[in-house]
Design a protein around this ligand. Structure first.
Ligand code: FE
Length: 196
């Protein structure tokens, strides 16, 4: 018998909230026009598109659509915390929007100073980049052999998820991930967040 120890859960849900997604898409595009500091920051970092990551920290207070979203995200984060057997109630700590244009990508990173992180996908054109998660034990694997290409998902060193509008993903914040290049047309809209 073989037991699976130290698993890395990835929470996935589909939000059945088409009206809210439309409002959020509209708000993201307005922010991408109006938030000059965020536009400047995105340009300075070579980000192909716009993110409010470094410029705005009060979206749920300034826009009712984000306030609704905050309630929904908190509900899911608490359900996930239960699955993780955590004795805490995660609180939303930060939330930012991402508008990626064709060619945009986001290299591998973790989200410091938080316990859960995640993304809600709002608009996803065809061939927009997948999100790819990486085995958090890579640095300890020394001489570990390569895995077969057809290894089951829970044994693969990388797992990609193709986003869809309304898809919500949540993971523990230590889990390194990257957004693969957007090879389609149109804007890929998403909202990322941290819980502390
Ligand atoms: Fe991220």
């Amino acid at each position: 018998m073989t037991r699976n120890l130290f698993v890395t859960p990835l929470y996935e849900a589909m939000l059945d909230e088409d009206d809210l997604l439309e409002e959020l898409a509209y708000s993201i595009r307005v922010l991408a026009e109006d938030d000059t500091a965020g536009r400047d920051w995105s340009a300075a970092k070579g980000y192909k598109g716009y993110t409010s990551y470094a410029s705005l920290n009060d979206l749920p207070q300034r826009d009712p659509a984000f306030a609704d979203l905050k309630r929904i995200l908190t509900r899911h984060a608490r359900a996930f915390a239960k699955e993780l057997a955590w004795d805490v109630k995660p609180k939303l700590d930060s939330l930012w929007v991402n508008l990626m244009k064709p060619g945009a990508h986001h290299s591998a990173h973790i989200h410091p100073h938080s316990i859960l992180s995640g993304t809600l996908y709002v608009e996803v054109p065809g061939k927009a980049g997948a999100i790819r998660f990486e085995d958090p034990r890579h640095s300890q694997m020394m001489a570990a052999p390569m895995r077969d290409d057809d290894a089951p998902e829970h044994l693969r060193p990388y797992v990609s998820v193709d986003p869809k509008p309304g898809m919500l993903l949540l993971w523990e914040s230590f889990l390194r991930h990257e957004v693969m290049p957007h090879r389609g047309r149109g804007e890929r809209l998403s909202i990322s967040f941290n819980f502390a």
